[in-house]
Design a protein around this ligand. Structure first.
Ligand SMILES: Nc1ncnc2c1ncn2[C@@H]1O[C@H](COP(=O)(O)OP(=O)(O)O)[C@@H](O)[C@H]1O
Ligand SMILES: [Mg+2]
Length: 267
């Protein structure tokens, strides 16, 4: 795969109906949201799709670190009208584009009416220019995380097999069901230790969630396993080199799983 970034995002071919928006979130932090989002973006871009990743983990943004980018212009500049959106949308390795939060966004980690309005506005502006907009959100159920997730049509929860991660994933999904009325949530089991673990865990979570959702009016809930990525040393190595796994170790098991995730999302 080429490391040459795609040309800057110019709105030459408006996507019909706007981009598909997908929020990548988790209950617990450090489970692999940014890793999954960035590499999924590369996998989708490799299929000729125009993909934007928005670093929506405003308080603890680190997409720039993972991609080894040193942005001079960030979301902060767009929010404060020091730069235009065009200036802030940067080409990333992997052939997709990013809108980075960078550091200094701590003031946006609280959900004020201003943050609400600005994030919503930005998403509306980018939607017609891309086929996919991925939101790399923060972890947990704080109002700012939930708000970022609410801006996406689809949601993907990343969890690891650790009991703490699963408990938090359960809590997050419960809130998505009750507060956002979501009846479909995608799951990626990351850092799996054996094949089939994702299916097993997804089934268990679905069962407890169904019990909970069954007590609500209206009904039906589906937690869909969209991917299983095993714990793979190649992921750590790619992160240490600040490179995309899909570019650095495209043949690794984890890279294959991310490509399979892209296929699943497109099917
Ligand atoms: N499948 C995996 N195998 C091995 N290590 C992983 C895997 N996924 C993530 N990691 C490690 O976990 C770290 C945290 O991942 P990150 O994507 O930054 O989490 P989050 O965005 O959820 O906070 C990564 O830097 C990487 O070292
Ligand atoms: Mg992250």
């Amino acid at each position: 795969m080429s490391t040459t970034p795609a040309p800057a995002a110019s709105p030459t071919r408006p996507s019909r109906g706007g981009a598909r928006t997908l929020a990548v979130t988790s209950g617990k932090g450090g489970v692999g949201k940014t890793f999954v989002t960035a590499n999924l973006a590369a996998a989708l871009a490799a299929r000729g799709l125009r993909v934007l990743v928005l670093d929506a983990d405003l308080g603890l943004a680190n997409l720039d670190v993972v991609l080894n980018l040193h942005p001079k212009i960030t979301l902060h500049d767009v929010f404060t009208e020091k730069a235009t959106l065009e200036q802030a949308i940067l080409p990333a390795p992997g052939g997709f584009h990013v809108l980075l939060a960078g550091s200094g966004m701590v003031e946006y980690s609280r959900l004020t009416p201003e943050v609400r309005e600005k994030l919503l506005h930005i998403i509306e502006l980018v939607k017609p220019r891309f086929d996919w907009v991925l939101l790399d959100t923060g972890a947990g159920i704080s109002d700012v995380v939930l708000y970022a997730v609410s801006l996406a049509t689809d949601v993907l929860v990343v969890a690891t097999p650790e009991p703490t991660s699963l408990t938090d994933a359960y809590a997050t999904i419960k809130v998505l069901v009750t507060q956002q009325d979501r009846r479909h949530v995608g799951l990626v089991l990351n850092q799996a230790s054996r094949p089939g673990e994702g299916k097993l865990i997804c089934g268990q979570l679905q069962q407890v969630l169904q019990r909970f959702v069954g007590s609500l009016p209206g009904q039906g809930f589906k937690l869909e396993l969209l991917g299983e990525v095993k714990a793979d040393l190649a992921v750590r190595q790619a992160v240490l080199k600040r490179q995309l796994l899909l570019e650095h170790f495209p043949g690794s098991d984890a890279a294959q799983s991310i490509k399979a995730l892209a296929t699943r999302l497109l099917s």
